[in-house]
Design a protein around this ligand. Structure first.
Ligand code: CP
Length: 348
């Protein structure tokens, strides 16, 4: 849905994103530039929530608004569950007839939501920089639930948590020695950008795998310290990888430009049963979802349980990790540290 950005923004990328290394003290807008200590702090808090069942109350009396201007199943649901599990009230503004359709700017919409006493706004938008624009417009916490091709920070964090669980590394989150391959439609992928940031911050080597139209060579520069490399050879990548994150081909963003045909794409870069059998014995298969089964990934690989020579799929573990990660992220956004708030709720 196109959204007027108003006088504080520009068409395209919002000016706040230009300062890619600036870390917002409370908002969760992007992982690139977030200090390693902050990343580890969020993950450690997520581990504390992980499997703890109904928990919290740390957001009792607070309200979280979810504003999804693009479709979502996993992210929207788990943000709402996470907020409720922390004791917050949830207002879902997704899919309703927003006044942005009448020309109201996104900044005005956000300020209007905040004026009703909301403590945090979770936003998904097709426009890169929309969460930054909102963060510059309101006083409450803002969480990016995916903005265009830019970032999807809680997805990056949950991918890290799922990988740490699979590799029994939740004590340290030390991924040095691990090779994390991201395969497919990377230039269109906000998940890839957040994954690159978090995996590199935790010490992993990241391989970006795909055809030049989807994986331009310049993407390797996203790893400041040489931790990120582009690999065109799918076979070589999957044989080296400890985890293979398959990406959905995002036809809605580019109409399939860059792919000669589905058949050719599958031949080069799908994680087929035959290819999956060549992965390391203890490597895991990942996908942020939603999946194009039969295109970028075969059914048997997406559902693999680690037998018949197929690697274990942790796709549903990734989904499960969304809940504790988003609990931790929401706490940060409203100023709760280890379950203790540093301020009165906005609506108090
Ligand atoms: N991975 C992800 O963002 O999924 P949804 O679009 O369903 O939220």
């Amino acid at each position: 849905m196109p959204v007027p950005v108003g006088p504080r923004g520009r068409s395209g990328v919002h000016s706040g994103m230009a300062q890619a290394t600036r870390e917002h003290p409370r908002h969760v807008l992007q992982l690139r530039g977030m200090a390693s200590g902050a990343v580890r702090g969020l993950l450690a808090r997520a581990v504390a929530f992980d499997g703890a069942g109904p928990a919290g109350g740390s957001l009792s009396g607070m309200t979280v608004a979810t504003l999804f201007l693009e479709a979502s199943t996993r992210t929207r649901t788990s943000f709402q569950l996470a907020a409720r599990r922390l004791g917050a009230e949830v207002v879902d503004l997704s899919g309703v007839g927003l006044s942005t359709s009448k020309g109201e700017t996104l900044a005005d919409t956000a300020r209007t939501i905040e004026a009703m006493g909301v403590d945090a706004i979770v936003v998904r938008s097709g426009q890169a920089g929309a969460p930054h624009l909102i963060a510059d417009s309101v006083c409450c916490g803002v969480l990016n639930a995916g903005d265009g091709r830019h970032e999807h920070p809680t997805q990056g964090l949950l991918d890290a948590l799922a990988l740490a669980r699979a590799k029994s590394l939740t004590d340290t989150f030390d991924f040095s020695g691990l090779t994390y391959a991201i395969v497919g439609d990377i230039s269109a992928s906000r998940v890839a950008r957040s994954d690159i940031a978090v995996m590199a911050a935790l010490g992993a080597r990241v391989l970006l795998v795909g055809p030049a139209a989807m994986v331009p060579g310049g993407l390797a520069s996203l790893g400041d310290d040489g931790s990120v490399a582009v690999e065109r050879d799918m076979e070589a990548a999957i044989e080296r990888a400890d985890a293979v994150q398959m990406l959905r081909v995002q036809f809605e963003r580019h109409g399939g430009r860059g792919i000669a045909s589905v058949r050719e794409y599958r031949a080069g870069y799908a994680l087929t049963v035959e290819r999956a059998r060549r992965m390391k014995d203890d490597a895991v298969v990942m996908h942020p979802g939603p999946m194009n089964r039969g295109l970028e990934i075969d059914d048997a690989v997406a559902d693999g349980v680690g037998d018949d020579g197929l690697p274990r799929s942790i796709v549903l573990d990734q989904v499960s990790c969304g809940l504790p990660v988003r609990m931790a992220a929401i706490e940060r956004a409203v100023g709760v540290v280890n379950g203790v708030t540093d301020r009165e709720p906005v609506g108090a």
